[in-house]
Structures are given as C-alpha cells and as structure tokens.
Design a protein around this ligand. Structure first.
Ligand code: PLP
Length: 451
C-alpha cells in the first residue's frame, strides 16, 4: 500500500497539482518542485548510479527453458521435425492459441518472417507496399526483395504509421500496408483496416517490437491478414534469433509454410488446412530449429508476466507525472493493450527534447529518443535505392525510377521523431526505481518549464 500511495497524484482545492513523493510521503507544491537545482547544473542527482533498462531484452530464462533444451539435446534431434513431440510445433501451436489465430509457423527470424509474409501474399514486381517511414530495415528489405516497390507513409504521435497519411499513397498498384507496432506501442488498426477493406489491400502486422501487445482486446498479429514476429535477443521473449508468421487465412498460411520449407507442406499443417492444397513454388529454407522451438516454448509461458510487469510499471510512472501541466505523452490508440515499453514525452522541439534527455541522464535516469528503428528514407542505401542488381524490378519500372526517398519524403516523421523522448521501461524495475523515474521526470520537466 505504501508503494501505491507514493505514486498517487492529487489535485489541491485551488486546482494546484501536488504529489506525494519521497518515502516519507512529503507533500510538495509544483512550484517548489520546479525550483530544485538540476544535477546538470550542479545540483544533487535523484540517483547516484544510473538506472537503465536491460539493453538486450528481459531474458526471463530459468529452469523451464533449461529443461526444454535438455529434452532436445537428449533426443539427438535438433533438426526441425513434425511429430507431436517437436518443440517447434508445440511452440507454434501454443503461440497461435495464445494470440488467438488459427495458424502459426516458426521461422528463423523476424526478417525471414517478413520475406515469408510477402511470399504468402504473392507480392512481387509491379506491386507497391505502404510502410511507415520510421520502422526497421526488414520491413523495407522484404518488400524490395520480393521485387515490389516500398512507398513510405508518415508516422503520427503514436510513433506508428499515421492512418491519415495512407490513402494519398495508394495507387492501382498498391497491394498491402505494413503497420509496424513499434517500441511496445500499438498501431491504430481500425482505421488502417477500414482503408485496407475499402481499397482491397492486405495488411501485414509487424509485431517484432510488441510481442504480447493488444489492440482493443485482440493480440497484435491476429488482426491483419498476416502477422510476423521476431524473437531476436532484444525482444519481449527471445531465443537469440527466431521469428513467426501468423494468420487466420488457410491459403496464406499454406503459402507461408511452403515458402519457408523448400516448397513442401507436411502432415501437421495439411491436417489443420484440410484438402484442396496448392502447388509448390520456388522457395527457401527458413525452418526453425528444435533448440529455438524449445526455448520459445518456455519463453511463451513468461510472456504475460513480462507484459503485466511492463504495463504496471508504466502505469505507475504515468500516474506519478499525470498532473504535470501541459504534459504530452506518446499517443496510444489503446492504453491497456500498449506494452508500456516507453514513457515518452512530446517536448515540442528537438532542442527542448535534447535538453530534457541530457538533464534526465544527469539525474541518473537513462533517457533517449525513440530507438530500435530507423527513419528509413533518410538511410543512404535506401535514399540511393541500392539493390542486389542494377536491374532489380523494384526500381526498374517507371514508378520505381520516379520515386524519391530522402528526408523530403517524410518531414513529419523527422519532426515527431526529433521532439519525442523519455525513458525505456524494464519489467524488472522496482517500485523504488519507478519512484526515482517519477521524481527525475518531474524535477527536470518543472525546472525546464519555469526556466
Ligand atoms: C520492427 C521490426 N521488424 C522486423 C525486425 C526483424 O527481426 P529480426 O531481427 O528477428 O530479423 C525487427 C528487428 O529488430 C524489428 O524491430
């Protein structure tokens, strides 16, 4: 109860906000809080040692993963197989059930999951695919490697694709939209799905940075036509490398399975798909190993624990700063479903953001702008449309030749990205850590306001 009380904010009778901070529950006025000397100016920092989230993901490993791995070692069958004891198959089935989709297939990474999703949708030369200007390379690369043309849309204050910037990018060649749920936040799927239905487009959800996130009661990866996930080291649950493709559509799933496994489809999947199978086509080997499946089977059991802790931690910090005048937090279309990975503020300008982050770091709280992704159109290899071969179909059509990337194609994304920043949360932060985050944000925010 004591800890809960420390995060409660109250509004005074005269409307002046006040907060209970400090272990003694001292009541301090906002004006007084704003006069504290910042550590960056020689004041006493909130913390002596820097608090930061784990750089390589939560890694909730214990005896569960150890035992699953031992089973595979002892079986001497680490190669992907399809019997009922296959750890990869067990993971796929448990993952599909967990997020509420009919089908899931494990693959080697989030990147190969995206290649598989593009192949499943039959996206290729002459097609266009819309993706956010701020996301990870793999979204762009999967489109280019399929032979299609990437078309960037701006992000909005949620740091996900701006639904209002999609329709103007649609042409008769557009086949799909890739909303990416980034840094634990969820993209606003309802308007995106409305646009997709209206223009008969497919929706590929990239859930790599939001495993366990939900949008209006549904898990991400179960909402669009096809979803992908990554289990690389820095992700919510991890096997070092790994990925998954999810879908409720039997035909898309069959194409995904065939593409990831040299064109074939094997017994457990044929059973779940029923009859009327498609033919094989040129494909890859992106099969998940049994070791990876074993670790992920264990990790999946921790997903809700990690998500709940992140959400609770973020909620406490949000409550602790809710009364700050003029506070503008990162937008979210679903506060409850958002994984709570970031406490990001919109600081209005890049200059103010940078000053805020420097001051917060001086208080002993690791602080940053949005990371883990890239403003892709400004990346040189993308701006210069560098591909595997000079005749690559993506850029060898009139549209491909005409399209211009670079900073001119996403000014709003650059602006929003540059003025946003704050603290990356960790499921292992203690209540004392959270209290320090609240104190540091309040101290710096109020001091900068009154400066
Ligand atoms: C949004 C997003 N999509 C896709 C990927 C690719 O995943 P992987 O690294 O497993 O290939 C990542 C990886 O960080 C990502 O952040």
């Amino acid at each position: 109860m004591k800890n809960r009380r420390e995060f409660l904010t109250t509004v005074g009778a005269a409307g002046a906000a006040s907060i209970f901070v400090g272990s003694g529950g001292t009541r301090t006025s906002l004006a007084a809080e704003g006069t504290q000397k910042l550590a960056i100016d020689g004041g006493t920092p909130v913390r002596k040692t820097s608090l930061h989230s784990r750089p390589y993901g939560p890694q909730f490993y214990d005896d569960v993963e150890k035992q699953e791995l031992m089973d595979v070692l002892e079986s001497k069958h680490p190669f992907r197989w399809w019997g009922a004891n296959s750890k990869a198959l067990q993971f796929e089935q448990a993952y599909a059930a967990h997020i509420g989709v009919k089908h899931a297939i494990g693959v080697t990474s989030g990147t190969t999951a995206l290649y598989t999703a593009m192949a499943a949708l039959g996206i290729g030369p002459g097609d266009e695919v819309i993706l956010p200007a701020w996301t990870w390379y793999a979204d762009y690369d999967a489109i280019v490697l399929s032979g299609a043309l990437p078309v960037f849309a701006e992000i909005d204050g949620s740091l996900a694709i701006d639904p209002d910037d999609i329709e103007s990018r649609i042409t008769p060649r557009t086949k799909a939209i890739v909303p990416s749920h980034l840094q634990g936040g969820v993209a606003d799927m309802d308007p995106i799905l409305d646009i997709a239905r209206k223009h008969k487009l497919r929706v590929v959800e990239d859930c790599a940075q939001c495993c366990g996130g939900r949008y209006k009661g549904k898990y991400v990866g179960s909402i669009g036509d096809i979803g992908i996930n990554s289990f690389q080291l820095s992700k919510t649950i991890t096997s070092g490398e790994g990925g998954a493709v999810t879908s409720n559509d039997a035909k898309l799933f069959e194409r995904a399975v065939r593409f990831h496994d040299v064109g074939v489809i094997r017994a457990p999947y044929t059973e779940s798909l029923g009859g009327g199978l498609l033919a094989a086509f040129a494909s890859c080997n992106f099969r998940m190993s049994e070791f990876t499946g074993a670790v992920l089977k264990g990790q999946l059991q921790k997903l809700e624990t990690i998500g709940t802790r992140l959400r609770n931690n973020a909620r406490k910090v949000r409550r602790g700063i809710a009364d700050l005048p003029g506070l503008k937090l990162r937008k979210t279309p679903d506060q409850e479903g958002d994984l709570g990975v970031t406490i990001f503020l919109d600081h209005g300008t890049r200059q103010r953001r940078d000053r805020f982050l420097r001051a917060l770091r001086a208080e002993g709280i690791a602080a940053s702008g949005p990371g883990g992704s890239v403003i892709l159109p400004t990346d040189k290899r993308i701006e210069n449309k560098v591909t595997l071969h000079p005749d690559w179909p993506s850029f060898n059509t009139p549209q491909g030749k005409a399209i211009r990337y670079g900073s001119e194609c996403c000014p709003k994304t650059i602006d929003i990205h540059g003025r946003t920043g704050g603290v990356i949360m960790d499921p292992n932060f203690t209540d004392d850590d959270l209290k320090d985050i609240v104190r540091a944000i309040r101290k710096v925010y109020l001091a900068m306001r009154s400066a």
